[in-house]
Design a protein around this ligand. Structure first.
Ligand code: IMP
Ligand code: MG
Length: 175
């Protein structure tokens, strides 16, 4: 691996505090509704997803979906494909898509399109990070953890060529 420098952008504490606030908002918004179908977008969202799910008190159900567009680079190829589909039906359920980061918006635009065809009761989106400067497709996000500058970040599930996912903080990666 080439020489890489990591600097903390969001600490574990900041992330956990924000997740608690997001979960409280989600609990409030879904009061009185049935179970919330939390869809984890693999693999980057796994840590955010599991912490968010545990902070939510409303009953949730869990399922996982896989997409790929990035390959080994740092920018989107503009093409998204499903690498793993849900195991269960979402028809009639409130769905919360849980993403690690909203960048160009290509991935979420595609996922919303795919899941909408399955007739859920509603679809909302929770993303830990949002890089608004890089948007190519507008996406309406319901729950955003942090807006961040246009830097490449790793950790807390996010990778660079599959490395760094296990870091507890979100760090800026510079080479
Ligand atoms: P989008 O389709 O361009 O919005 O990209 C979304 C996906 O790109 C995310 O789910 C991440 O997997 C990946 N991604 C975008 N920016 C970063 C980054 O700064 N670090 C790591 N992965 C990123
Ligand atoms: Mg992702």
């Amino acid at each position: 691996m080439p020489e890489a420098k990591l600097s903390v952008l969001l600490s574990e504490q900041q992330i956990q505090d924000r997740i608690r606030q997001m979960a409280a908002q989600i609990d409030k918004d879904y009061t009185g509704s049935g179970p919330l179908y939390m869809v984890c977008v693999l693999k980057g969202a796994i840590l955010f997803y599991s912490d968010l799910a545990r902070a939510i008190k409303h009953p949730v159900r869990m399922d996982f979906i896989g997409t790929s567009s990035y390959g080994k680079g740092k920018t989107t190829s503009g093409e998204v494909r499903l690498t793993k589909d849900l195991d269960t039906t979402i028809e009639g359920f409130d769905v919360l898509i849980v993403e690690d980061i909203l960048d160009s918006g290509v991935t979420l635009t595609y996922l919303i399109h795919v899941l909408q065809q399955r007739r859920p009761r509603s679809i909302r989106i929770a993303t830990l990070l949002d890089k608004p400067e890089r948007r190519l497709r507008p996406v309406a996000v319901d729950y955003v953890g942090f807006q961040i500058p246009d830097e490449f970040v790793v950790g807390y599930g996010l990778d660079y060529a599959e490395d760094y996912r296990q870091l507890r903080d979100v760090c800026i990666l510079s080479e």
